[in-house]
Design a protein around this ligand. Structure first.
Ligand code: ADP
Length: 261
């Protein structure tokens, strides 16, 4: 708590009272901490691939270039790390633009059919699924309309489906099911993947939080996907949830406000 005190005086300079202002700065302090953590995390996440690139370039310049095989191996690593940097920056820009547009209330929302949004999201992820022989199935009522920003919602679904594929073994299934309730539409993405220990269920939506950093990195993750999902769902006044069992699979839920007509 911050305390500010002032003496109140009349025109002749006599003290006639005092004013004490107590401000609860817990929230401001907490926001400040979150921002500081975020900057520290971004720096760390960007520095890791950069340090690796620098190291391999230096080794190449120091002579490794002479051996074609080594040079090719190192260049491949450098290539992967630059791709990684690009992905981190792309995701950070998505988050920044979400925040900026939210502040300026620039998002356009309209009553739109949900089924094509689900289909488009699946289309984006199809080749990734094919690579692992993962079958994507979906069930969504054709006539169901929801108030939304279709491209944002598609992005949220793509992130969830991508994760479902990334964290599942080959020859499994990813299901997307949409069920309208009385006041909410439930969209769930179900996988038969590695699952998430329950201790982590709250934390995975935080920026850069990953259950297994090495695995996420290896699979090309930035640790920002779910925080983008949560943010997109928040701007729709919706909510997210997760249910998961280690070794059995995970189900991610998006709930969007809906008026049953
Ligand atoms: P990442 O880029 O690491 O996938 P996300 O923000 O998308 O970042 O997810 C955060 C973490 O949550 C992941 O690193 C992973 O540990 C866990 N996770 C997300 N989706 C799934 C899933 N479908 N199955 C298992 N683990 C998941």
């Amino acid at each position: 708590i911050q305390v500010h005190g002032t003496c109140l005086k009349d025109e002749a300079g006599n003290t006639i009272g005092a004013m004490v202002v107590l401000s609860d700065v817990t929230r401001i302090k907490r926001l400040e901490e979150i921002r500081k953590d975020f900057v520290a995390n971004v720096s760390h996440e960007i520095r890791t691939p950069l340090t690796s690139i620098q190291g391999f370039v230096e080794t190449l310049l120091d002579g490794a270039l002479a051996d074609k095989e080594t040079a090719e191996r190192f260049l491949n690593i450098i290539h992967n790390q630059t791709r990684r940097l690009n992905m981190i920056i792309e995701d950070l820009m998505v988050l920044a633009s979400l925040e900026q547009k939210e502040e300026r209330s620039e998002f356009q929302f309209s009553e739109d059919y949900l089924a094509p949004v689900v289909q488009n999201a699946i289309l984006v992820c199809q080749s990734q699924a094919d690579d692992k022989n993962i079958r994507i199935t979906s069930a969504c009522p054709e006539k169901l309309k929801v108030k939304m920003n279709p491209s944002l919602l598609e992005q949220a679904l793509v992130n969830l489906i991508t994760n479902a594929i990334k964290y599942s073994p080959e020859n499994t299934e990813v299901k997307i099911e949409v069920t309208p309730g009385e006041r909410e539409v439930e969209i769930k993405v179900v996988d038969q993947g590695i699952g998430i220990p329950s201790d982590y269920h709250d934390r995975i939506f935080e920026r850069f939080y990953r259950v297994d950093k090495a695995r996420s990195r290896q699979l090309g993750g930035t640790g920002l996907g779910l925080s983008i999902v949560k943010h997109i769902v928040n701007v729709h006044n919706g909510r997210v949830a997760v249910e998961s069992k280690v070794g059995k699979g995970s189900t991610f839920y998006i709930y969007l406000p809906y008026e049953k007509s």
